[in-house]
Write a protein that binds this ligand. Structure first.
Ligand SMILES: Nc1ncnc2c1ncn2[C@@H]1O[C@H](COP(=O)(O)OP(=O)(O)OP(=O)(O)O)[C@@H](O)[C@H]1O
Length: 331
């Protein structure tokens, strides 16, 4: 009998699927599927930064952007190699079929070149997921990996489940099998993105990985809870939550355009910031950067300039406070 990964479709999962499908409809109904080239690039960098940060890579979005632009970056060579590989891998996404095992091996080869012996090949030894000196999960023996992966791909090909569910179950089962000696987290997150993008192409650009990074402890807990329950449901629910949040963030990036509260055009950055903050004093530096298409450092410099000339003040804490525009004029 064909292998069926165990997962329960709870009412919470079904309601998240319905909500996400509606949000994806909103996104894809927008011009350029809700993301112009600049936003795609911003979100791709965010995706890669998030996925690499989970495994301990220290590079910032600015540094990964510099690598993408071929500029030198002062950072540990391994971190730079990981970022270069990941940039290549995400660029290749449209050329791979999520249901083809050979494509998964090709992707792992590209992702782990220069970082691992035998990239693109399943492991030949045992592997466990550790937390300190405690074994959280002992993966199946290497002798079973090929068969388990073939069963998983066979299920992906014939499953009638919703792509949101299939992609999340695949990600969970993949982590359970842990088919490679290293790079399993990055590959599981990549393959879920590929599966999602084959449902709706716009989702290739959705920064789900950065939401996973923001909730990294909950990501590990969700895998653990699914392991304990022998049921992918806790992990599926967690990933659907990350997809929901990533969609909200992307729709929010577009909000000024769609609501015709356009990001101010042809204004110098400090003036544009004052205009945006006059409308919405709760905007974060990141939101200002997104809306103005500037990097965080440029926003930081402009804010400092505004504060120095008394045009802008911060009320309350960095986290919970808000901005106060003092006179509406910069410079
Ligand atoms: N209890 C667990 N059981 C199975 N898999 C787990 C468990 N906890 C975490 N994981 C998965 O294992 C990944 C780590 O595996 P591995 O070190 O091979 O991946 P990586 O890509 O090199 O690093 P990382 O995933 O940390 O980015 C985690 O990202 C997560 O996806």
């Amino acid at each position: 009998m064909a292998y069926e990964p165990p997962f329960t479709l709870t009412s919470e999962i079904l309601s998240r699927v319905a909500d996400i499908a509606e949000q994806v409809g909103r996104l894809t109904a927008q011009p350029e599927q809700g993301m112009d080239l600049r936003l795609r690039r911003v979100n791709r960098i965010r995706t890669i930064t998030g996925s690499l940060a989970i495994e301990g890579n220290t590079l910032s979005e600015e540094q990964i952007t510099a690598i993408l632009n071929g500029k030198p970056v002062l950072a540990p060579p391994r971190d730079v190699q990981e970022a270069r590989n990941a940039l290549l891998v995400y660029e290749q996404l449209p050329n791979w079929q999520a249901s083809h095992e050979a494509d998964l091996l090709a992707a792992h080869k590209l992702l782990m070149t220069g970082l691992l012996d035998n990239p693109g090949q399943y492991r030949s030894g045992g592997v466990g997921v550790m937390q300190g000196d405690k074994v959280l999960h002992m993966a199946p023996p290497a002798s079973r990996v090929r068969e388990l992966m073939q069963q998983l791909f066979a299920w992906v090909k014939q499953s009638n489940a919703h792509p949101l569910i299939v992609s999340s179950v695949f990600h969970y089962e993949f982590e359970f099998i842990h088919p490679f000696a290293d790079g399993n987290g990055r590959m599981g997150r990549l393959w879920q993105t590929l599966l999602l993008s084959q449902w709706h192409p716009a989702l290739a650009w959705l920064p789900v990985e950065s939401m996973v990074h923001e909730h990294q402890a909950a990501y590990y807990d969700a895998i653990n809870n699914s392991n304990k329950a022998s049921d992918a449901a806790p992990f599926v629910l967690f990933m659907l939550g990350c997809i929901q949040q990533a969609l909200v963030a992307v729709l929010e990036q577009n909000a000024p355009v769609n609501a015709s509260v356009n990001a101010p055009v042809n204004l110098k950055t400090p003036q544009a910031i004052l205009q945006l903050l006059a409308d919405n004093p709760a905007l974060t530096r990141q939101q200002l950067a997104d809306r103005l298409g500037k990097d965080l450092r440029t926003i930081g410099r402009a804010i400092k300039k505004l504060q120095d000339v008394g045009a802008l003040q911060r009320r309350g804490s960095d986290k919970d406070g808000h901005w106060q525009v003092m006179n509406g004029q910069a410079e």
